[in-house]
Design a protein around this ligand. Structure first.
Ligand code: GAR
Length: 204
C-alpha cells in the first residue's frame, strides 16, 4: 500500500517538489499534505501547481511552541501520515512532537553529518578548510541534526568555491538523494545502511 507522506517546508520547497515529482512517478508513496510555517513560502505555490493539499501553520500566530505544534499535529493527524519529510523546515521541533511520530520523520541537512550541524553550513565548510562537503538524509531524533543516517551525497570543495556555489552544488545532490532515500524508506528500508548508487558521488 502506498505510504502517505506529509512534507514540512519553510521556503522555496525545491526538495518538496522533487520528492513530489518522484512520488508521482512511482507507486510506493503519495504526498498527502505540504505544510508550511511561512505564509509566503514559494513551496506552497509549487504544491498548488502539483495539486497537492497544502496549508499554513505560522509559528508567529501562537504564543508558544507547544500550541504551534498542537496546531501542526491537528493538520497532520487529519491526513494520517506514515512518513513526515522535513524539507527545509526551519523550526526546531520538541521531543513531544518527535516522539509522537517516532521513526517516521526524515530530515535533509546540507552537510555531511555529523559535521556542521545547525545553520550556515556552507560558510562553515569553507572556514574549516574541508575538502569535501555534501548533504545527509537522516531519521529525526530528539537531538538536533542527529539520528541514524539514511543517505549521504558528497561533493568535492574546489579552491574557488563560495558559500553560494557550494549551496547550489549541494542542492543538486539533495535533489537526487532525498527522493532515492524516501523511495527506499517507503519500501521498508529503515536500517541505517548504505547502498551504492550508480554514481561515484552518491550513497544512499
Ligand atoms: C535545503 O538545502 C536543506 O538542506 C536545508 O534547507 C534547504 C531548503 O531548500 N535545510 C536545513 O538547513 C535544515 N537544517 P528548499 O526549500 O529549496 O528545499
Amino acid at each position: 500500500m502506498s505510504k502517505r507522506v506529509a512534507v514540512l517546508i519553510s521556503g522555496r520547497g525545491t526538495n518538496m517538489a522533487v520528492l513530489a515529482d518522484s512520488m508521482a512517478e512511482g507507486d510506493v508513496a503519495t504526498p498527502v499534505l505540504v505544510l508550511s510555517n511561512e505564509e509566503e513560502a514559494d513551496g506552497l505555490r509549487k504544491a498548488a501547481i502539483r495539486n497537492i493539499p497544502h496549508t499554513v501553520v505560522c509559528h508567529r500566530d501562537f504564543p508558544d511552541r507547544a500550541s504551534f505544534e498542537a496546531a501542526m499535529i491537528a493538520k497532520l493527524d487529519a491526513v494520517r501520515p506514515d512518513i513526515i519529510c522535513l524539507a527545509g523546515f526551519m523550526r526546531i521541533l520538541t521531543s513531544e512532537f518527535i516522539d509522537r511520530y517516532e521513526d517516521r520523520i526524515l530530515n535533509i541537512h546540507p552537510s555531511l553529518l555529523p559535521r556542521h550541524k545547525g545553520l550556515n553550513t556552507h560558510a562553515r565548510v569553507l572556514e574549516a578548510g574541508d575538502v569535501e562537503h555534501g548533504c545527509t538524509v537522516h531519521l529525526v531524533t530528539n537531538r538536533l541534526d542527529d539520528g541514524p543516517v539514511l543517505g549521504q551525497a558528497r561533493i568535492t570543495v574546489e579552491p574557488d568555491d563560495t558559500p553560494k556555489s557550494l549551496s547550489s552544488r549541494v542542492q543538486r545532490q539533495e535533489h537526487r538523494l532525498y527522493p532515492a532515500v524516501l523511495d527506499r524508506f517507503a519500501r521498508g528500508g529503515r536500517e541505517p545502511t548504505y547502498i551504492s548508487m550508480p554514481s561515484d558521488s552518491l550513497l544512499c
